[in-house]
Design a protein around this ligand. Structure first.
Ligand code: TTP
Ligand code: MG
Length: 395
């Protein structure tokens, strides 16, 4: 199951928490000029119709007694960081969406932490205890439903949509609530007589495609309760890569393989420096005519050493049928995992694991030698700058 957590009236709640005088009062977070727009408002101000993105002048007409507070972004970022830490203590699969919003996949945590509903309760409890703030949580088998659910009992609510409830949820869900359906799409929906997500199911794929393009196919999936989107951690979104534009276009595979080896070493070094391992290795090639291809492979065992990355990049290289000379070649690593996250070694042959670990150890030793070497170079450069050792040419 997937949880979607969204803090209640986030900026305003932080201000009310930090300043007891603001509690129970209508508070608007905004710039002070009358031309500013409302960033958010406390629930006391929302009763009057004050909303995010509304001009401050309009908001003050609706609610003249509101206290206008200038936002403190640094403060909200700090709080957000601590809230995300609470979430990461529950499950490693946390996807931050915005400063006050995240998905957490709790599928693997139930034996340890209890039912998703129980985990949601624990999260709310922790956030209240440690930060004195409330949030709302949606629980569902898929992301889009969890996101909609978190908004259904705001503030301070938990809403669960079970697998069994999904068909009924979809049947009655107003189409405008589906993430991605904006004002324009809503108008088209109205012209087609579509009011709920459930009605999409009966719509012909051709019509969906002609009216909404690729989003049409996604809507069809959602109407069937399918959402392929996975919870993607920050690490997984990041990637490391390096590429080289060749002095001369070439098809000399031995030469290109040597470059791949060097690039694999560089990528592996970046991974170790970042404290991450990669599950995906990519190969990028630009032909002399600028046509570009990228190939990727998911590894059986997350990599952090150059041997493994080189092996995979070379394999991708060998699988490719080249139709012309190459002008640029590059290696990348994606699908990153925290290096401290244990890998289920039982899934792999022991010899492979031992071999990878040996390489990693060797390269770490090399890293530390290189680091020392770099600091020697730096200290030499500093001395040189001070004029003690005259240096000529490149070091
Ligand atoms: P939201 O989660 O959209 O709003 P909220 O947390 O204030 O209220 P709710 O209880 O409905 O979740 O946005 C989070 C923060 O992002 C919000 O506190 C202020 C900021 N924000 C803006 O600055 N401008 C905007 O237009 C919106 C929507 C949010
Ligand atoms: Mg919020």
């Amino acid at each position: 199951m997937i949880l979607h957590i969204d803090m209640d009236a986030f900026f305003a709640a932080v201000e009310q928490r930090d300043n007891p005088e603001l509690r129970g009062k209508p508070v608007i977070i905004s710039g002070r000029s009358m031309r500013s727009v409302v960033s958010t408002a406390s629930y006391e101000a929302r009763v009057f119709g004050v909303k995010s993105a509304m001009p401050l002048a309009t908001a003050l007409k609706l609610c003249p007694d509101a206290v206008v507070v200038r936002g403190r972004m640094d403060r909200y970022r700090d709080v957000s960081g601590r809230v995300f830490r609470i979430l990461r203590n529950m499950s490693p699969l946390v996807e931050p969406v915005s400063i006050d919003e995240a998905y957490v996949d709790v599928s693997g945590c139930e034996r340890l932490l209890g039912s998703p509903f129980h985990i949601a309760g624990t999260i709310k409890h922790e956030i209240l205890n440690q930060e004195n703030l409330t949030c709302s949580i949606g629980i569902a088998p898929v992301k889009f439903a969890a996101k909609i659910a978190s908004d259904m009992n705001k503030p301070d609510g938990i809403t669960v949509i079970t697998q069994e409830n999904m068909p009924a949820f979809i049947e009655t869900l107003p189409i405008g609530k589906v993430p991605g359906v904006g004002a324009a799409a809503l108008k088209t929906m109205a012209s087609l007589g579509i009011k709920t997500l459930g009605q999409i199911r009966a719509l012909d794929d051709g019509i969906l495609k002609s009216k909404f393009g690729v989003f049409g196919a996604r809507l069809k999936h959602l109407s069937l309760g399918h959402d392929a989107a996975k919870v993607v951690t920050e690490y997984e979104r990041r990637s490391y890569s390096t590429e080289t534009t060749l002095d001369e276009d070439t098809l000399d595979s031995e030469f290109l393989a040597r470059i791949l080896l060097e690039q694999a070493g560089e990528v592996a070094r970046q991974l170790r420096k970042g404290g991450v391992k990669a599950r995906i290795v990519t190969l990028k090639i630009t032909y002399a005519d600028f046509r570009q291809i990228t190939r990727r492979r998911t590894l059986d065992y997350p990599a952090q050493n150059s041997e493994q990355i080189f092996e995979e990049a070379l394999r991708l290289f060998k699988e490719e049928t080249f139709y012309g000379k190459i002008r640029l070649i590059g290696v990348g690593a994606a699908g990153l995992l925290d290096e401290s996250r244990p890998v289920q070694a039982s899934l792999f042959t022991d010899t492979a694991v031992v071999r990878h670990e040996k390489w990693e150890k060797a390269e770490r030793t090399l890293d530390s030698i290189m680091n020392k070497f770099e600091s020697i170079r730096i200290s030499r450069a500093t001395t040189a700058e001070l004029g003690e050792t005259p240096v000529k040419g490149k070091s």
